[in-house]
Design a protein around this ligand. Structure first.
Ligand code: GTP
Ligand code: MG
Length: 282
């Protein structure tokens, strides 16, 4: 039998496929890191990093960056935009705004882009990280409210709540989904969160260092972060904020049904992974 034929008998093609995609992914992340080092050779962030993952948000990101506070109390705020691939001028607009910018050469998804941002923030001196969307749905001027529970030492992780605050959007199906998934998540992790899918979040960097190696979701990451942090004993709380309609363009996460299915998948797979289910049953 020719060696190549024998090789085919004993090789699992999909495991090779997985290794190949992991290697490519690693390469893409290394390229983005080099890009960051080149743009900002001596980067040193302020104690607060406002982290924005942006995918083709050229029409929205400028206004978000303009509204960003530069100081909260006496803490300096550094904005860090992780441009998640894409073909538009998001990277140029962020660079022109004078903020820290890191560009992924291809689109990896919001979860992957945020993970890279968490690592950069921690490596370059941040004590707190606030994540917010690039599409104008979160108001950067509410960052002091988001940080307050971290600054007064009452929590390690703060999630914005459109249900405690104001929801200016009109999609009733999406609202029902937010409510349903918050209820499911609370039942799993014994929390009282009213809007667990909100992307406006504030973290202590120690928490991100701790949960970072356990995060795997490349796109629909919000539930994974909550379940992982709760399962590792970090204190989570919420703050009321305003949830604005997207400034322009459409959600890139798919329609409500698809989005909802992905959210449910992430809850189930993360719950299974952290083993909360088995501990409860025991
Ligand atoms: N959808 C999507 N968003 C990304 C990606 N990478 C980064 N993002 C950013 O993640 C943020 C949220 O994305 P949206 O598509 O608005 O999704 P969402 O706000 O969670 O959900 P909506 O309520 O439908 O807008 C935006 O700042 C995006 O630019 C990606 O690959 N896909
Ligand atoms: Mg959005």
């Amino acid at each position: 039998m020719a060696p190549t034929q024998r090789h085919r008998w004993f090789t699992l093609p999909d495991s090779r496929e997985r290794r190949r995609s992991q290697a490519l992914r690693h390469l893409v992340l290394e390229m983005a890191r080099s890009d960051f080092e080149e743009r900002h050779p001596d980067a040193r962030f302020g104690p607060v990093v406002a982290l924005v993952a942006a995918y083709e948000e050229g029409r929205n990101i400028g206004a978000v960056l303009k509204a960003m506070p530069t100081l909260i109390g006496d803490l300096e705020v550094s904005a860090l935009v992780v441009v998640d691939g894409g073909d538009d001028d998001t990277a140029r607009i962020a660079t022109d705004a004078g903020v820290f910018t890191c560009v992924l050469p291809v689109n990896l998804g919001q979860g992957a882009a945020l993970r890279l941002g968490y690592e950069l923030a921690s490596e370059h001196g941040a004590r707190f990280v606030v994540t917010l969307d690039a599409d104008g749905q979160n108001d950067p001027t509410e960052m002091p409210t988001m940080l307050q529970p971290l600054l007064d030492g009452s929590a390690d992780f703060v999630i914005a709540s459109r249900r405690l605050g104001v929801d200016q959007t009109t999609d009733r199906f999406r609202r029902a989904g937010v409510q349903l998934y918050a209820w499911v998540l609370n039942a799993i992790v014994s929390q009282q969160l009213s809007d667990s899918s909100n992307g406006y979040r504030a973290f202590r960097t120690e928490l991100l260092d701790d949960i970072g190696p356990h995060l795997t979701q490349d796109q629909y990451q919000t539930a994974e972060v909550v379940i992982t942090a709760a399962s590792r004993g970090w204190r989570i709380t919420q703050q009321p904020t305003v949830w604005h309609p997207r400034a322009s363009g459409a959600s890139k996460k798919g329609g409500n049904l698809f989005f909802g299915m992905q959210y449910a998948r992430v809850i189930l797979t993360t719950w299974y992974r952290v083993g909360l289910g088995s501990r409860r049953r025991a």
